[in-house]
Design a protein around this ligand. Structure first.
Ligand code: AMP
Ligand code: ZN
Length: 112
């Protein structure tokens, strides 16, 4: 499968890892849109939020269980935003489920 984030998981494409375990990987976004911009992905190919089902929900649960710990490790005590773009209207560019953690400054109030 020609998936950029699956290749990052496999180590074929390098990434700046900030957290990893058996189910998820977090790494720095290559084009940061805030002082802290990290992507959290499941180590299983799920195309988007629309691809979540009973066979892969464990991976998604684990992402949510770990986000507070990852955010704390990034120094985001002042707060942060968690975003997942799903589909064309949301401008999803990589078709492997990912959650953006954005922070490190006062973010814009507008989200869209
Ligand atoms: P989205 O537009 O929500 O699909 O987000 C995809 C994100 O992946 C963008 O913020 C890109 O900057 C980021 N990205 C693309 N290629 C890489 C890469 N090789 N390493 C890290 N982040 C990447
Ligand atoms: Zn993938």
């Amino acid at each position: 499968m020609d998936c950029l984030f699956c290749k990052i998981i496999e180590g074929v494409i390098p990434s700046a890892k900030v957290y990893e375990d058996d189910k998820i990987l977090a790494f720095k976004d290559i084009n940061p849109q805030a002082p802290v911009h990290v992507l959290v992905i499941p180590k299983k190919h799920i195309a988007s939020l629309d691809g979540i089902d009973s066979t892969n929900i464990d991976y998604v649960n684990h992402i949510f269980a770990k986000v507070p710990e990852i955010a704390a490790s990034l120094g985001l005590g002042g707060g942060y935003r968690l975003i997942s773009n799903c589909g064309d209207d949301a401008c999803q560019s990589v078709k492997h489920l990912h959650f953006h953690i954005l922070g490190g400054k006062k973010l814009a109030e507008a989200m869209a």
